[in-house]
Design a protein around this ligand. Structure first.
Ligand SMILES: Cc1cc2nc3c(=O)[nH]c(=O)nc-3n(C[C@H](O)[C@H](O)[C@H](O)COP(=O)(O)OP(=O)(O)OC[C@H]3O[C@@H](n4cnc5c(N)ncnc54)[C@H](O)[C@@H]3O)c2cc1C
Length: 784
C-alpha cells in the first residue's frame, strides 16, 4: 500500500552530477517514465520482463498487482460466470489432464498466484453473489458470499443492511474474499482476531472432480478439526473455494484519531509499543525512522453518532496534486539510489500528514468523491474508517511495484524487535519514504493452522499479535543484484533476523519468494505443514491444485504425477472423438468441433475501414480461399506484432502458412443459450473513435444471425454492444469479423470479443467466449 509523495527535486538532482556518482543504480531509468501507460514501447526498451504492466499479455498471463514482483508464464485463463459454470470449467480442465490454479484479484506478491506448468487459471472475478443475512449453525448473523466478492463490495452491501464483519478487513478494499481467506489476510484489532479466516463458518469447495462439498464449523470442525483449520487458510491448495460464509455483527461507528509519539518513547521504553497503542481497538501505525516519529491511527468503537455519513480514512491517498502524483515514480526511482533524497521524501511525507490529515469527509460516499474537509479526529461508519475503496486508490495513486515484507509475531516480542530494528535503521541511516514501518494488530487464533496469527508453539490462543511490515519502492531496470542492493537492503537481513530470533510467521500473500524457502521459515512451519499435507492428501492427493511454488514451500500431494484425469473421469478422459482438445467427458458436443471456424485473408486489405463490411454479403465476399480451419482458441488477441502468424497470437492450431501484415479474419460459430433471457455481445479493438487515428485503422464487428450487433473502429457505427433475447437452448449463428491495417498504428491488432447474460435486462459484456460454449461452423446458413 503506498501513496504518492511530494517530489519536487528531480530537475535539480538531474543537474547535480548525481547520476555519475550512482552509475550502478538505475536512478534515471526511462522506464519509470514510460511504463504504466498501456503501450509497450519497444523503442524505449520496454519488454515483458522489465515492464510487464505494458508488455506482458494480460489475456494469458496472470500478473500480480505489483507486476514486477510476479508475472506468470502464459496459460489459459477462465473466468466462469456462475458456480455451476465454475464446476463445468474445472471438469473440462481436469478431464483434459490439466491442473487448476484458483485466482482472485492477484494481489498476492509472489508466484503463489501462478499455475503449474500444465495448469490453467480459473479466476473468481465473475462470482459475485451475496446472500441474505441469516442464522447459520450456532451463529445468529452470517452471510454467504461468492469468492469473487471484494471487501468493499461486501462492506457496502452489509452496511446497507445494518451489518459489519468487524475489523477483519484489509486496509484496501479491492481484494477478493476467496483470495483473502486463502492467505489469511487481516486488518487490525487489539481486542480480537483481525484475520478474515477467523470469521469463516462454512466453505463450499469445488474439487478436482468438479463436485462441490460444503465444510462447516459444526460439521467438519467437529469431525475433522485439522481439515477445518486447514481449509480456513487453504493457500489455494485444497480446491476452488466457490462460496464463503462469514459470521457478522451489527454495523457500528468508529472514532479514529491521528496520533503521534516520539521514536524515543516508542523504542526505548520497555513497553513502548504496547503503551503507545493502549486504549485503541484498531491501530494502523507508521514508524518513520528517519524522522524519529511514529504516527498511528487509533480507532475505538463508539456509540456516538457519525460526524458525517461520508467520513472516510484516506491514509493511503494523501493530499497531493495530480502532477505530484504523476511524478512520484520518477522521484522514487531517483530516491532508490540516493539515501538523502529518500529521507527528504520521508520528511515531506510526515509533514504532509501533519498539515493535511488523512481522515476526511467526502462530498458523498461514492469512490470518486473529493474530500471537502480534513480531520485528525473523526467518527464514521466502521468500514469506511478502516478500508479504502480501491477506486480512490487507483485514481490517486500511480500504480507501481513495491516489495512488501510482512509477518506476524507475538506482542510480547515486539519491543525487542523494535530495538533491533532501530539499531539497523541507525546503522544504515534508513528512511522509508513510502509509508514507514507498518504495524497492525491481531489476536492469536487456535482455530487456524496456516495464517500468520494462528496460535502455535510459543503463541497462546488470544495472545496479542503484531503484523510487522516493510514497504519499499521496486524500481525499474534492476537485475537480481540491483534488487538486493537498492531495494531489499537491509530488509532481507531484517527478515532473516526476525525469523531466526522471534516467532515471526511470514504473510503468504506478501514477501519476496526466497522468504518461504528460508530454512528458518521451513523449520518454523514444519509442524503445521505436516498437518496441512494431511489435508492435501485427503482433498487433493494427485496435486491437481499444486504448483511449482507450493512444492518449493514443502507442500506435498502423495500421488503427484499420477493420472488424475483418469482417476476422476475414467476412460472418457483419454477420448476426444471430434479432435477439438476437449475430452469426451466434458465436451458439450463430443462429436462436433468446439471453437470457431476461421477464415483469414490478406488480399486487398488496403485500409482498416468498416465500410467494406456494411452488409453480410459485402463482408463475406471479402474472403477468398487464403486459409481456413477449425480453431480451439485465438479469438482474443492483443499484440503489436502485425504478422498474424507471429507467436504473440494464440491461434490453436496455428495457421499452416504465413501471410501479410494487413489482414482480416472471420470467425464463425454456433452459440447456444443456457437460459432464457437477454444476451449482450461486444467487440473491442482498442479504438476510441471512428476516424482513422482513433479508429486505429481497424474494424471489429459481431454478427448475430448475420446482423451486425456491435461494430467499432475506423468508419464504424461505434456500436459498442448489442443484445438479443434468446429462449433456453436456442442456438444462434455468431460471426466475428476483424480487419486490421498495418498503417503505423501499432496497437491496431486487438480483439476482445465478450458476452454476458443479463436475465431480464441489458448487461455489460465482460465474459470471454469459452471454447466449449461454441461449435465451429464452416457452412453459411445455419440456423435460420
Ligand atoms: C494494494 C494491496 C493491499 C493489500 N492490503 C492487505 C491488507 O490490508 N491486509 C492483508 O493481510 N493483506 C493485504 N494485501 C495482500 C492480500 O490481501 C493477499 O495477497 C490476498 O491473498 C490477495 O487476495 P486475491 O484475491 O488477490 O488472491 P490472489 O492473489 O489472486 O491469490 C492468492 C492465493 O489465494 C488462492 N485463491 C484465490 N482465490 C481462491 C479461491 N476462490 N479458492 C481457493 N483459492 C483461492 C490463489 O490460488 C493463491 O494461492 C494487500 C495487497 C495489495 C496488493
Amino acid at each position: 500500500m503506498l501513496s504518492p509523495v511530494k517530489l519536487l527535486l528531480a530537475s535539480s538532482l538531474l543537474l547535480s552530477g548525481f547520476l555519475q556518482a550512482q552509475s550502478s543504480c538505475p536512478g534515471a531509468s526511462y522506464l519509470a517514465t514510460s511504463c504504466r501507460d498501456g503501450v509497450c514501447r519497444t523503442d524505449a526498451g520496454e519488454n515483458p520482463t522489465n515492464c510487464p504492466e505494458d508488455c506482458a499479455d494480460k489475456s494469458t498471463q496472470v500478473m500480480a498487482y505489483y507486476t514486477q514482483a510476479a508475472t506468470c508464464p502464459p496459460t489459459n485463463i477462465y473466468e466462469p460466470g456462475s458456480v455451476s459454470e465454475l464446476q463445468d470449467t474445472i471438469r473440462t480442465i481436469v478431464s483434459n489432464g490439466r491442473k487448476v490454479k484458483p485466482a482472485g484479484t492477484s494481489h498476492s506478491a509472489t508466484d503463489i498466484i501462478c499455475a503449474d506448468t500444465n495448469g490453467d487459471v480459473v479466476r473468481s472475478k465473475n462470482l459475485k453473489n451475496i446472500g441474505p443475512v441469516e442464522p447459520f449453525e450456532s451463529h445468529p448473523m452470517t452471510v454467504e458470499v461468492e469468492a469473487g466478492v471484494k471487501f468493499q463490495e461486501l462492506q457496502e452491501h452489509l452496511h446497507n443492511e445494518g451489518y459489519s464483519h468487524g475489523l477483519a478487513s484489509t486496509g484496501y478494499g479491492g481484494i477478493s474474499i476467496g483470495g483473502a481467506v486463502a492467505t489469511g489476510a487481516h486488518g487490525s484489532s487489539l481486542l480480537q482476531s483481525s484475520t478474515i479466516s477467523s470469521y469463516v463458518v462454512a466453505l463450499d469447495v469445488v474439487g478436482a472432480d468438479g463436485n462441490i462439498t460444503r465444510y462447516s464449523e459444526a460439521t467438519t470442525g467437529q469431525s475433522n478439526p485439522t481439515l477445518w483449520k486447514a481449509l480456513k487458510t487453504n493457500l489455494g491448495l485444497l480446491g476452488f473455494v466457490a462460496r464463503v460464509r462469514l459470521k457478522l455483527e451489527p454495523q457500528f461507528n468508529m472514532n479514529v484519531q491521528v496520533k503521534y509519539t516520539t521514536e524515543d518513547a516508542f523504542v526505548n521504553s520497555p513497553t513502548g509499543v504496547a503503551d503507545t497503542v493502549a486504549g485503541c481497538d484498531y491501530v494502523f501505525l507508521n514508524w518513520f525512522p528517519g524522522q524519529d516519529t511514529v504516527q498511528y491511527l487509533c480507532g475505538t468503537r463508539t456509540n456516538a453518532p457519525v460526524d458525517s455519513p461520508h467520513a472516510q480514512n484516506r491514509l493511503f491517498t494523501p493530499d497531493v496534486s495530480q502532477s505530484e502524483s504523476d511524478f512520484a515514480p520518477n522521484g522514487l526511482q531517483l530516491a532508490m539510489c540516493d539515501d538523502n533524497l529518500k529521507c527528504d521524501i520521508e520528511s515531506r511525507r510526515i509533514n504532509d500528514y501533519q498539515s493535511s490529515p488523512p481522515l476526511i469527509i467526502a462530498q458523498n460516499s461514492t469512490p470518486d468523491a473529493e474530500a471537502v474537509s480534513r480531520h485528525s479526529n473523526l467518527t464514521g461508519y466502521s468500514h469506511r474508517m478502516i478500508t479504502l475503496q480501491a477506486e480512490v486508490f487507483h485514481r490517486k495513486n500511480p500504480e507501481f511495484s513495491q516489495l512488501e515484507y510482512e509477518g506476524a509475531m507475538p506482542m510480547s516480542q515486539i519491543q525487542a524487535a523494535v530495538q533491533y530494528l532501530k539499531s539497523i535503521y541507525d546503522r544504515d541511516d534508513v528512511c522509508q519514504p513510502l509509508i514507514g514501518t507498518i504495524m497492525r494488530f491481531d489476536r492469536a487464533d487456535d482455530g487456524l493452522l496456516m495464517s500468520a496469527n494462528h496460535a502455535r508453539s510459543g503463541v497462546a490462543h488470544n495472545e496479542q499479535m503484531v503484523h510487522l511490515e516493510f514497504v519499499e519502492f521496486w524500481g525499474y531496470g534492476l537485475d537480481d543484484g540491483g534488487l538486493e542492493r537498492w531495494v531489499s537492503t537491509p530488509y532481507s537481513e531484517v527478515i532473516k533476523h526476525l525469523v531466526n530470533n522471534y516467532n515471526y510467521w511470514p504473510h503468504w500473500g506478501k514477501n519476496d519468494e526466497w522468504v518461504f524457502t528460508h530454512p528458518a521459515v521451513i523449520a518454523r512451519n514444519s509442524a503445521e505443514r505436516t498437518l496441512f499435507n494431511q489435508a492435501i492428501a485427503q482433498l487433493d492427493p494427485y496435486g491437481v491444485f499444486s504448483t511449482g511454488a507450493s512444492r518449493r514451500h514443502g507442500f506435498i500431494s502423495p500421488q503427484e504425477g499420477g493420472n488424475f484425469a483418469e482417476h476422476y473421469y475414467g476412460n472418457c478422459s483419454s477420448q476426444d472423438s471430434d479432435g477439438d482438445g476437449i475430452s469426451d467427458c466434458t465436451d458439450r458436443k463430443p462429436n462436433e468441433y468446439s471453437g470457431m471456424y476461421m477464415r483469414i485473408d490478406d488480399d486487398g486489405v488496403g485500409s482498416g475501414t468498416c465500410n467494406v463490411a456494411d452488409s453480410w454479403n459485402e463482408m463475406r465476399s471479402n474472403f477468398g480461399a487464403d486459409q481456413e480451419q477449425n480453431m480451439r482458441a485465438g479469438w482474443d488477441y492483443d499484440t503489436k506484432n502485425h504478422s498474424y502468424h507471429a507467436s504473440s497470437y494464440n491461434w490453436d492450431p496455428v495457421w499452416p502458412n504465413s501471410g501479410g501484415r494487413s489482414w482480416e479474419v472471420l470467425m464463425s460459430a454456433e452459440f447456444t443459450a443456457d437460459a432464457a433471457g437477454r444476451y449482450c455481445f461486444s467487440q473491442d479493438n482498442g479504438s476510441t473513435g471512428t476516424g482513422i487515428a482513433q479508429g486505429w485503422n481497424a474494424c471489429a464487428q459481431v454478427w448475430v444471425n448475420k446482423n451486425i450487433v456491435s461494430e467499432v473502429g475506423h468508419d464504424s457505427a461505434l456500436l459498442r454492444q448489442g443484445c438479443v433475447d434468446l429462449a433456453t437452448n436456442q442456438t444462434i449463428r455468431l460471426d466475428l469479423y476483424n480487419r486490421h491495417h498495418n498503417a503505423n498504428l501499432s496497437r491496431s491488432f486487438i480483439s476482445r470479443p465478450r458476452w454476458c447474460f443479463g436475465g431480464s435486462s441489458d448487461c455489460t459484456p465482460d465474459r470471454k467466449f469459452e471454447q466449449n460454449q461454441l461449435k465451429a461452423i464452416s457452412h453459411e446458413n445455419l440456423p435460420q
